[in-house]
Write a protein that binds this ligand. Structure first.
Ligand code: UD1
Length: 450
């Protein structure tokens, strides 16, 4: 694959961007809804799905597992192996190659699973539907240690048996999963989703306590409930799930729209605060963005919040620093930590960011220091930012999906022409970012970095 980079002509601190930028469907909801399609006996249709690398990888993971996946104009259709065969009258590819009756292939594709952590969320639906799943230790963005102990403990509590050899796991529950009372010692988005999906088809009731409350989880529970699941409490710390006793879910032709990406919206707001004369972020859900909008407003950013739009206009007064503490939803999202650090480098005064979810998420500080930002990593969880500092051009390399966008924002506000290499990492999370930002009046293009 050719390596690509973004080349950005910096505005040198000028606030000139004008226009509207629309938010796409949430990556983190789309990936999980697609993974949940394994719970279905018929075709799941999702709309407003972002056209990004991670969604393509999830589609491939499903195809390798035997599903038929089609994607067109933000609409993704996933049909389970047996259903695809029944409706087309032809054996599907899984059956054609194996010669066995078609069913889900319960061994997740190792290459994709190792590259994308979200792949682990498919283990819950696969175990619930097929009574078995095997998978390698999942990879993903390097954000410090990312264990899977909560997933494994949850599967065991639901009655499954786990065999591990060389970082490869086989989980079996041939008689089906049985409901359990599970307390998650750490709030985890992925573990909440995976166990919620697994428990949806279990025998009996499952109570999951201390779960994540992210809006994506609420949307996923609504999708499942509309198709035969019984999940109560999504958006609160306790989920009560009455399993279907092995009966798969049924979409019955319904179409599900993926909620707007609050992380993309938050990044656009930060960009607009730093570089806009007058920019409106459209197709967003302001209710999901309160931690971000309240911090920006406290710093002095002029925000006009509508039903599904947020308008940002340049203000005469300099912004004042505000300290931020990342937290599970509804707190300040860890995924907006790096863009927020760029914002704080432009505010008057000192601010700290306290990262409570990951260690190892301040790798951006060194790169931004090369642009002349004043950032000191105090310890693996805290960075001190002193502003305001004019940023200088630099050639950067994106370290992960979210910091990659922060680098683009830094390049946009800096003096001179900068480049952000490793565009692939930004493409994993953001759809055609250069086209969308160009429409606001920026000069940003994609080039081969060879
Ligand atoms: C999801 C998001 C990611 C976001 C993160 C936290 C997706 C695809 N990704 O990631 O963008 O940064 O939520 O908001 O939705 N943990 C354990 N044991 C486990 C599982 C997790 O100790 O078995 C820990 C993690 O190391 C981390 C914390 O729990 O410190 C939270 O991680 P988690 O919420 O699970 O993150 P993801 O679901 O991977």
């Amino acid at each position: 694959m050719t390596r690509e980079k973004f080349v950005v002509e910096g505005l040198g601190g000028a606030k000139t961007l004008r226009g509207a930028v629309a938010v796409r469907g949430a990556k983190n909801a789309a990936l999980k809804c697609l993974a949940a399609s394994v719970l279905f006996e018929d075709t799941l249709v999702c709309t407003n799905v972002p056209d990004i690398e991670d969604v393509r990888r999830m589609g491939e993971l499903l195809q390798v597992a035997g599903a038929e996946v089609t994607t067109k104009d933000g609409v993704v259709r996933v049909s389970p192996p047996d259903f695809a065969q029944a409706t087309s009258g032809k054996p599907n590819s899984a059956e054609a190659t194996s010669g066995k009756p078609s069913a889900w292939n319960t061994s997740l594709d190792q290459t994709i699973a190792k590259r994308m952590r979200a792949s682990i969320v498919m283990t819950g639906p696969m175990l619930a539907r097929m009574g078995e799943v095997s998978f390698p230790y999942p990879g993903g963005c390097v954000l410090g240690e990312r264990p899977i102990d909560l997933f494994l403990a949850g599967f065991t509590a639901l009655g499954a048996k786990i065999v591990e050899a060389d970082d490869f796991f086989t989980v079996r529950a041939p008689q089906g999963l049985r409901g359990a009372h599970i307390f998650l010692p750490i709030v985890s988005v992925g573990a909440t989703e995976t166990l919620m999906f697994a428990a949806a088809l279990a025998h009996g009731e499952t109570i999951l306590e201390n779960v994540a409350m992210e809006p994506e989880i609420v949307a996923e529970a609504e999708l499942l409930n509309a198709c035969g699941a019984h999940i109560e409490g999504a958006g609160s710390p306790t989920l009560r799930i009455t399993g279907t006793g092995g009966v798969p879910l049924k979409a019955n032709g319904a179409v599900f729209s993926i909620i707007p990406d609050r992380l993309e919206a938050g990044s656009f707001l930060i960009l607009a605060a730093l570089a806009a004369e007058d920019v409106t972020v459209t197709k967003c859900e302001p209710k999901h963005l309160q931690a971000v909008t309240s911090s920006l407003a406290r710093a002095g950013v002029s925000l006009e919040i509508g039903t599904d739009t947020i308008r940002v206009r340049a203000s005469e007064k300099p912004y004042q620093s505000v300290s931020v503490r990342t937290h599970e939803y509804p707190g300040f999202p860890t995924d907006l930590q790096a863009p927020m650090a760029v914002f704080l480098s432009q505010c008057e005064g000192d601010a700290t960011i306290l990262e409570t979810i990951y260690d190892g998420r301040f790798r951006y500080a060194e790169d931004l220091r090369r642009m002349d930002a004043d950032m000191t990593v105090m310890n693996p969880h805290q960075v001190l930012i002193r502003g305001p500092r004019k940023l200088e051009r630099a050639n950067l390399e994106s370290p992960d999906i979210r910091a990659g966008l922060a680098y683009l924002i830094a390049a946009i506000i800096a003096e001179g022409t900068s480049s952000v290499d490793n565009a692939y990492l930004i493409d994993r999370g953001y759809e055609h970012i250069e086209d969308r930002l160009s429409s606001l009046g920026l000069h940003i293009k994609r080039e081969s970095s060879n």
